[in-house]
Design a protein around this ligand. Structure first.
Ligand code: NAD
Length: 251
């Protein structure tokens, strides 16, 4: 019960890594505040979590809006009386292609969804964590934010995910004395909606990894559980790879 009675916000909880994290954290005893855009999926996940004897509440919204970040923190206080941790995980890949031909709207959307959302989240989560004497914040970056070899056409995504590592380091420095730990998780290729369902694409992505396979969302959720729980109590400012060795293969 690594998160026993801890209140945790998870964004991007309607599918993939976020949904797997919701179930993993619920099994670890957390009270959950779930965010994403699809209300029906969030409702279904809340029921599933209640069925296993844990508590969850959800609010659908858009992480590109600061008001939504504030509302999730408010909901944590209203429903559970406190905030202990946040897994800021929502993200999009955007349209891939060379920078010379990239539509600026695509660039702005990817940065807003993946990076500016993290600033909004931290801005509203930090005061709520501080009130309780500290806590933990985690951002989902990507192996693409660390080593981009082998995957051309992902400039906006790579910039947003590398930006999260910089934000993590700055926040960890600024708030270490508040007992707030801030880390980034860098998953490798993971079998979610984002990776599509084309077997040839999956085989290509799998082959980039030293382990020669993609991750399941549950494997990434376990790494997130570690970084948000007291099991990682001396880990802050880190960009932790859970990438099946893709970075050592691609260098
Ligand atoms: P996914 O598409 O299943 O999940 C993305 C989630 O983000 C969904 O719940 C979606 O509703 C939410 N989301 C997207 N835009 C949003 C917005 N504007 N407002 C609110 N919610 C929004 O994919 P996933 O793989 O589970 O992605 C989760 C995170 O993991 C992302 O940040 C992604 O970049 C990162 N990641 C994924 C992989 C991979 O191979 N799948 C690898 C490394 C990192």
């Amino acid at each position: 019960m690594l998160l026993n009675k801890k209140t945790v916000i998870i964004t991007g909880a309607s599918s993939g890594i976020g949904a797997a994290a919701a179930l993993t954290f619920a099994q670890a005893g957390a009270n959950l505040v779930l965010g994403a855009r699809r209300a029906d999926r969030l409702d279904a996940l809340c029921s599933q979590i209640e069925d296993i004897g844990a508590s969850a509440v959800s609010l659908a919204g858009d992480v590109r809006e600061e008001e939504y970040a504030a509302a999730l923190v408010e909901l944590a206080g209203f429903r559970f009386g406190r905030l202990d941790a946040a897994f800021n995980n929502a993200g999009v890949m955007g349209t891939t292609g060379p920078v010379a031909y990239m539509d600026p709207d695509n660039w702005h959307d990817v940065i807003a969804t993946n990076l500016t959302s993290a600033f909004f989240a931290a801005k509203h989560q930090i005061p709520a964590l501080r009130v309780n004497g500290g806590g933990a914040i985690l951002f989902t970056s990507s192996f693409v934010g660390h080593t981009n070899g082998g995957l051309p056409g992902m400039a906006a995504y790579a910039a947003s995910k590398a930006g999260l590592i910089g934000l993590t380091q700055a926040l960890a420095n600024e708030h270490g004395r508040d007992n707030i730990r801030v880390n980034a998780l860098l998953p490798g290729g993971t079998r979610t909606d984002m990776a599509g369902d084309d077997p040839d694409t999956h085989a290509f992505i799998a082959g980039l990894h030293a382990l020669d396979r993609m991750a399941t969302p549950e494997e990434i959720a376990q790494a997130a559980l570690f970084l948000l729980s007291a099991a990682s109590s001396f880990v802050t400012g880190s960009a932790m790879l859970a990438d099946g060795g893709v970075s050592v293969r691609l260098g």
